[in-house]
Ligand binder design. Structure first.
Ligand code: SF4
Ligand code: FES
Length: 277
């Protein structure tokens, strides 16, 4: 651990030995502590953490873990908003800890809690099994029989124009961090709802011209727990750290689905009925 810590400039500058000499200020870090094995019992532990201009919430948590209490459970990897593993609620809002600068919060007290809408494993670490099950259920990959090199006699390029790419590009930036899923009020009330991330990814593959595997047979999307359950609260898009707009993806997917869904048939039947009578 000591070797790792020495490689982290913020922690080196703010080590206990240096505290008060090299750091300009400090914050109070409140960390949610609980273990799923303990049922509903939880507490908040408080740590005084020295900060620099560039200190992120993840840096602050790692400082507390390194010098105050090494039993704090945190999940992280890339430290650069790419892997999506450090999601947590920071001062009440779902954020990436590595992408949140302490200074931007403008608060002397920073409270870290596990993401809501996920079951808890321990402290700030939540279980993403259900989230990834939803993600997997929409078949998040390009379906195109002609792209299979093993079976296709003629292999050709899949040319896309810049406009074709623009149709889905922003949705491909998703890092599966789960912040949108955590912020979604519909997920909070319906555990079977696919959630904004999976639905936006479904649109991402619908909109990709390389994909010819129509997903209309996917009952879980065209379902009351699927795309039609969204109330368009928009909180998913507000918290996304990668500039994805899942709420937009859901609306575009709805437009697409109504071309063949049972709901569209119902509308057509109603129109027909009103013309006849
Ligand atoms: S859409 Fe945004 S908030 Fe949701 S999982 Fe993807 S990157 Fe995270
Ligand atoms: S550590 Fe990878 S996104 Fe934060």
């Amino acid at each position: 651990m000591a070797g790792i810590i020495e490689k982290i400039p913020m922690l080196r500058a703010g080590s206990k030995k240096d505290r008060g000499s090299k750091t300009s200020s400090s914050i109070t870090l409140r960390v949610y502590r609980s273990n799923s094995a303990n049922g509903n019992s939880y507490r908040y532990d408080t740590f005084d953490v020295p900060i620099q201009r560039w200190t992120t919430v993840l840096d602050a948590l790692l400082y507390a873990k390194a010098y105050e209490d090494n039993s704090i459970a945190i999940r992280y990897s890339c430290r650069m908003a790419s892997c999506g593993s450090c999601g947590m609620k920071i001062n009440g809002r779902p954020r990436l800890a590595c992408y949140t600068n302490v200074a931007e919060l403008e608060s002397p007290v920073i409270t870290c809690q596990p993401l809501t809408n996920f079951s808890l494993i321990r402290d700030l670490v939540t279980d993403f099994s259900e989230f990834f099950r939803h993600h997997k259920s929409i078949k998040p990959f390009i379906i195109n029989q002609n792209a299979d090199l093993m079976t296709s006699e003629e292999v050709s390029e899949f040319i896309q124009s810049p406009r074709d790419v623009d149709e889905y590009l922003q949705f491909s930036y998703c890092i599966k961090c789960g912040l949108c899923y955590s912020a979604c009020p519909t997920v909070a009330t319906d555990v079977r709802f696919l959630g904004p991330q999976a639905l936006a990814q479904a649109y991402r593959y619908y909109a990709d011209t390389r994909d010819n595997g129509s997903r209309e047979d996917m009952k879980n999307i065209d379902d009351k727990h699927g795309i039609w359950r969204c109330h368009f609260a928009g909180s998913c898009s507000n918290v996304c750290p990668k500039g994805v707009d899942p709420a937009l993806g859901i609306q575009l997917l709805r437009r697409h689905l109504t071309s063949f869904s049972k709901h569209d048939k119902k509308i057509a039947e109603m129109k027909h009925h009103s013309q006849v009578t």
